[in-house]
Design a protein around this ligand. Structure first.
Ligand SMILES: Nc1ncnc2c1ncn2[C@@H]1O[C@H](COP(=O)(O)OP(=O)(O)O)[C@@H](O)[C@H]1O
Ligand SMILES: O=C(O)C1=C[C@@H](OP(=O)(O)O)[C@@H](O)[C@H](O)C1
Ligand SMILES: [Mg+2]
Length: 173
């Protein structure tokens, strides 16, 4: 594997933050969670930022935050809504290998016990299933590698990511 960043994208509660932290520890790389960068930039929890800005401005603010990232040899966990911005995704593609952390809707809805307090970029009248169906093709489109977490432990999924990346990147300079 080369030393570009590893960037995790996917639905809320799919495991980006959990896996990112573990993967960074394994590789002895730094870990960056863009949700924490948002909170640090705005000085408030995500839900408050989301409520204050409204949906469109929140997505725009997240995209701007992403475009400030210029890093090397980090594992980066992104927020679930980053795929709504072409500019942010183009920037991330230039920053490293993008991995789609995929989980079935059934597992996501089981894991998301607090959907109304974690700052979801969900529109009025939209259900969690609508959000899932709208985003799944976007995550798949931007990812170099897709890894499914259903029925796996975080450690097993970390291994699937490192193995998958070593296969997909072995021909790169
Ligand atoms: N294979 C797995 N990989 C990652 N997380 C998992 C897995 N199985 C169960 N989980 C659980 O799912 C939750 C994912 O939450 P989190 O890491 O905050 O997701 P995200 O950052 O994508 O919103 C955690 O509670 C984690 O323990
Ligand atoms: O899916 C979403 O709409 C969001 C997920 C959150 O991050 P996680 O994916 O880490 O939960 C956070 O970025 C933001 O509040 C919006
Ligand atoms: Mg997270």
């Amino acid at each position: 594997m080369n030393h570009q960043n590893i960037i995790l994208i996917g639905m809320a509660a799919t495991g980006k933050s959990t896996l990112g932290r573990r993967l960074a520890r394994r590789l002895d790389w730094a870990f960056v969670d863009t949700d924490l960068l948002m909170e640090a930039w705005w000085g408030a929890p995500l839900q408050q930022i989301r409520d204050h800005l409204g949906l469109e401005a929140f997505v725009q603010a997240e995209a701007e935050q992403i475009q400030r990232i210029h890093l090397k040899q980090c594992v980066i966990a992104t927020g679930g809504s980053v795929v709504y911005s072409e500019e942010a995704m183009a920037h991330l593609q230039g920053q490293g290998h993008i991995v789609y952390v995929q989980t079935s809707f059934e597992s996501i809805s089981r894991r998301l016990t607090n959907p109304s307090s974690r700052g979801l970029a969900i529109g009025p009248g939209q259900t969690l299933k609508d959000l899932y169906d709208e985003r799944a093709p976007l995550y798949a489109r931007f990812a170099q590698l897709t890894v499914n977490t259903d029925g796996a432990t975080p450690d097993q999924t970390c291994s699937a990511i490192t193995l998958g990346l070593s296969r997909t990147t072995q021909d790169e300079p």
